[in-house]
Design a protein around this ligand. Structure first.
Ligand code: EPU
Length: 433
């Protein structure tokens, strides 16, 4: 593990334009979906992040090669030589490794998969994934941390998820494309990254109705009928939100090229409530034109709001560390409620080191805004919290040094370079020996 740090010093308003890279939580699933068909698929708008490399290594161990053929283009080659065994050393590194389960089970009828790792926020079970796949005829045995999955040929089923789990929706979906008959997923997750996966599967020849809604209807095709396809990854709404938060605490005027307002509606509304001015620019009014984006202006102090995280279209849990950081310097008191994960307030102690006034208890945090944070050494506990600490550094007097940069690299494509280009005083340095 490298021990680099990000050093941030408060600078004037941010100005300029930043290109928003493709979404981590889409591209990893798209890569896993290339297990479904032989041939070469080309993915564009692929972010240059560590998790893409890890997913590439995992798929290479299973039998799909990935190759970066351009700055944002990855070619995935599936020549049909698949071994449905996902080794622990790779699986434990990212949560999205669980996404090989659906494609492999649906197409090959067997998988041997170690339980996935990823960010450590409390326990992250996969019971809904397994229950859904069981309803389609799969059997599972869990031995020594390895899930052994079997199915002769999956059959369609009516599945109602207890909760709109992103991962469970994706695994059931990617298994159902090869099941015999019709699968209906009710209370499906509706995140834009799920619609992106659906659109890729449709380009591969799958039959999916209800894309973007909470009821997905999948007509299975015979294994062997899907084909490789090319696809452009949707922009990363969490990275986009990070640049919005950076402008919010620094002031300034920035264009987020490629950001999609229609994927971030609730968040944009709440950011406007806090005092940000945000408009959609270029292209269609719904922001769906890839050439368009968002323009954001911020001046003066932010206003506090209360926020609760919810599944899409609610405020994503991944935005929360950024929102807490903005509230930490806003005028007033904000109450933040986490509804998705237990124990996802770990970064609060780090923000407190920077002078934030936050009381976190169970699922709630009460954030009393202070006029100014003060720079200090802090450590990123996970991807999103790491980015939020960098944003906090922009609002802090003196120097903030963020360790645990490898977390940030998992999900952010050159955060430091992008912020520096907007005028932030920020650099990456090796940790002193
Ligand atoms: N859950 C269960 N049982 C299941 C599945 C989920 O109890 O079978 C619970 C989880 O423990 C959690 C909640 O349901 O409390 C949400 O889990 P979900 O399955 O929706 O999330 P995920 O697929 O594991 C993805 C993202 C996360 C993001 C969540 C919620 C990926 C690789 N990860 O996780 O992103 O926080 O959805 O939106 O797509 C990140 O990018 O930093 C990140 C953590």
């Amino acid at each position: 593990m490298n021990d680099e740090r990000i050093l941030i010093r408060r600078a004037g308003p941010l100005r300029g334009e930043v290109a928003i890279p493709g979404a981590k939580n889409s591209v990893l699933k798209l890569m896993a979906a290339t297990l479904l068909a032989d041939g070469t698929s080309t993915l564009t708008n692929v972010p240059d992040i560590v998790d893409v490399g890890i997913m590439g290594d995992l798929l290479a161990a299973i039998g799909v090669r990935s190759e970066r053929v351009g700055p944002d283009t990855v070619r995935m080659v599936n020549d049909g030589n698949i071994s449905p065994v996902a080794p622990y050393e790779l699986v434990e590194r990212i949560r999205a490794s669980i996404n090989v389960l659906g494609p492999l089970l649906g197409r090959f009828g067997r998988v041997s998969l170690s339980l996935p790792g990823g960010d450590d926020f409390g326990s992250r079970p996969i019971d809904m994934h397994l229950k859904g796949l069981e309803a389609m005829g799969a059997t599972f045995e869990l031995r020594h941390g390895v899930v052994e999955a079997r199915a002769e040929r999956l059959h369609g089923a009516d599945i109602t998820l207890d909760f709109p789990s992103v991962g469970a929706t994706e695994n059931i979906l990617t298994a159902a494309v090869h099941a015999k008959g019709t699968t209906v997923i009710d209370n499906a997750a509706r995140e834009p990254e799920i619609a992106d996966l659906c659109n890729f599967l449709v380009a591969m020849g799958a039959h999916i109705g209800g894309i973007g809604s909470s009821t997905l209807v999948i007509e299975g095709v015979e294994p062997g009928q899907l084909h490789a396809a090319d696809h452009q990854v949707v922009p990363d709404r969490i990275q986009a939100a990070t640049y919005l938060a950076a402008v919010a605490v620094s002031g300034g005027e920035v264009v987020l090229r490629g950001a999609r307002a229609d994927h971030m509606e609730m968040l944009l509304r709440r950011f406007r409530d806090m005092g940000l001015s945000i408009t959609t620019i270029g292209g269609a009014l719904d922001g769906s034109d890839a050439g368009g984006g968002l323009a954001v202006w911020a001046e003066g102090r932010l206003r506090s709001i209360d926020v609760a995280t919810l599944p899409y279209p609610g405020i994503a849990t991944d935005y929360k560390p950024l929102i807490v950081t903005m509230l930490a310097v806003a005028d007033g008191v904000g109450i933040v409620t986490e509804n998705l994960y237990p124990g996802r307030f770990r970064y609060v102690e780090e923000l407190q080191r920077l002078g934030a006034d936050i009381r976190a208890d169970g699922h709630h945090a009460v954030v009393r805004g202070v006029p100014q944070l003060s720079g200090a050494p802090v450590r990123a506990p996970d991807i999103r919290a790491g980015a939020a600490l960098v944003v906090a550094g922009l609002a802090a007097d003196g120097e903030t040094s963020v360790a645990g940069v490898h977390h940030v690299d998992r999900g952010y494509d050159d955060l430091v370079g992008r912020l520096a280009a907007l005028g932030a005083d920020i650099e990456r340095v090796d940790a002193p020996a």
